[in-house]
Design a protein around this ligand. Sequence first.
Ligand code: SER
Length: 872
Amino acid sequence: MQAQEIRRKFLEFFKEKQHEIVPSAPLVVKNDPTLMFTNAGMNQFKDFFLGTKTPIYRRAADTQKCLRVSGKHNDLEEVGIDTYHHTMFEMLGNWSFGDYFKEEAIKWAWELLTEVYHLPKDRLYVTVFEGDDNDGLAADSEAANIWKKYIEEDRIILASKKDNFWEMGETGPCGPCSEIHIDLRSEEDLAKKGGKDLVNQDDPLVVEIWNLVFIQFNRMASGKLEKLPAAHIDTGMGFERLAMAIQKKKSNYDTDVFQPLIQFIAGKAGVTYGNDQKTDIAIRVISDHVRAVSFAIADGQLPSNNKAGYVIRRILRRAVRYGYTFLGFKAPFINEMVAVLTEQFADVFPEIKEQEEFISNVILNEEATFLKTLENGLSILNDLIQKNTGDKVIKGENAFELYDTFGFPYDLTALIARENGFDVDEAGFKVELEKQKTRSRNAQVSEKGDWIIVNDGDSVEFVGYEFLASEAKILRYRELKEKKGTVYQLVLDNTPFYAESGGQVGDIGYIESDGEKVSIIDTKKENDLIVHFTKKLPSNPEATFKCVVNVNKRKLTENNHSATHLLHAALKRVLGEHVQQKGSLVNEKVLRFDFSHYAKMTDEEIAEVEKIVNQKIRENISLDEKRNVPIEAAKGMGATALFGEKYGDFVRVITFDKEYSIELCGGTHVPATGKIGFLKIVSESSVAAGVRRIEAVTADEAEALVNANEQVLKQLDEILKNPKDLNKAVSSLLDERNQMQKELEKFRQKEINQLKDTLVQKGEDISGITAIISKVSLPNADALRKLSFDLKNKVNSLFMVIAAEIEGKPQIAVMLSEDVIENKGLDAVKIIRELAREIKGGGGGQPFYATAGGKDVSGLDNVVAKAKDFLN
Ligand code: SER
């Protein structure tokens, strides 16, 4: 059974069992400070489990893109070394939101594995939670009893909290789980040792394939478990491992999920996969990492220097490094593999195909840059090796610099060192590493307190589309001890404050009760909570507050947000439909819009975009805002959705002329485009490979910009004494200047010619060599050079030392003719080095001509006095 069919059968199976087939959430998580990447299928359903949101369906199934490279679930270092962990993998899952529970979950899992996929029953084992005293939980005998209907009792294994109590992170929904494991070893190995003893023992061929989680609790920040209002099912099956089991392979990488990638790399490197442990690991690493990186980029996460972007950059660099070290790839190649992914995933994850060129461009650029860094690091390392003729040990601090600045992991430095008969001071390296960790720990937010509940409820209503003020109660608050001081976070039961999202900054303003005003300095989202930041806790948190948004900032920000929509549509018109939003920032001063496009925009294109936007502003198009539109209907309207954005089942659609701009958007907007006043593009630049950035201003800021420009023109006008035509006046000024420059050159040339003649006349014959040694004053360095070469052309056997004063600074030139170099064994460079000391300077050049500059003009006389010694 091919991988595609395995995936299809899973979804079909649960569809028949009345499950809604839902799309995978994006790989990159937004608005959750505890999670960077989706690490489990259940992430997107967290609120359904907690009961803070109600789903429209009670059963769902999907294949979810997951990435386990940071936080609680991190497999990065295993990947490639073993044969069954991945950075990015697909998790097949089925869910019950307070609907069916253990009975059905177990029954269907068994049915699918044994009757649809025909996995051998005598190779399967199941684990069940054994209970935990600390959490006050008994063993899950209910699950064990259900399993007994399907599988022999001695294949049911009790397992501890570590393996059989699933938690998403430090806090959040959790519960006991039951895992299904399979033994894929040969008959001989099975005869030697039963599979039961190998379950949960990290045997590559006795592996977990499916985890059935019985979600019943919420883990609080205090560590306590709180019972949830309803019980849920959350299952997750590793798609790649399932493929290994069904296709009877010994490694995930031997399945058709990975083989096209593996064969591509092996072919390109000219090696055979399966022949050599080292090259095999490298091939696996690359085939795994290209998937993680491509999917992350497709979902909007570009490699960068911080946070999620840095994680992606590090994964890509790990792949480049393995390719470089073990497969001899000295030029970019990973970008070429995007085409393989496109083909593999066209029907399930079309985001790769739709952005193929963009993704491979971004990867190509990253690869090229990192390869250069690697080369630089290598040359530094070679230098260290060559210079060290003593202890033959690379110092810890050098190894650390290579690691920190050049991305050289310790092993690579050690490997190259060993190849050259060197050791590395590993202990010293670790000391440096520890120092750095301490530095970054100290730079981080120090402490976050637990939420203090003031009023019941989690659901926050945003009323800020209609109102800029409202009355509200505090639901909860917490203290945040930051380096800069203490900040409090407040959650209100309803709020007019817009929380930063979709590029639009959060509102500021104040809340007031009993004459006490507390400033709100920012508003952000944390999952579905709207969190208000303040430096002061209201003295009575239980009071009712009047909440007031800063109207001026909000209105100016709205101008920029609506203008961003108009700009986005104009860019698509002028540059083409390939333009995709890649980032956006909207605040009260400026709008910044990043989008995919390959070339620098021409002045004409920029002007055209600006013109279209301003036309749309003048048309004063009314805002058409529709809330709670079913996502499919919105897409049917032709609304622009962004890759990597997580949309709910119902979305908000913002339209400014349905023939012009329709976007899915949660931001706040002007009632009609005329409010924007007008838009002025300030700059167009590049931010990454294939990503351009436009910065623009609107309304007051645009007016200020135009006024400032006009002011410059006015001042110029005044300086130039109000000419009729400013352009002409400046041009003719430049013409005149050029003309005078030419005249000046002529005079200078004449002067130099005269000087040359004088110097020749004064030249002293010393046994057939003409020695011209003199102190002169010259207008610039160019004149000195010219004079030297003129003298060389004029005089046959020349020994020339000119000590020149140029605009108050000393300069020396030495010129020797060929015969003087040969017969006298002289070298202009050596002479200049000696003479330069007299003027406190330094210089260099070639054996026949050298120059030096210095600081001490008074030394020029000594230069002249010393020069003749060289000839003597
Ligand atoms: N949440 C569980 C896991 O990730 C099952 O989906 O393993």
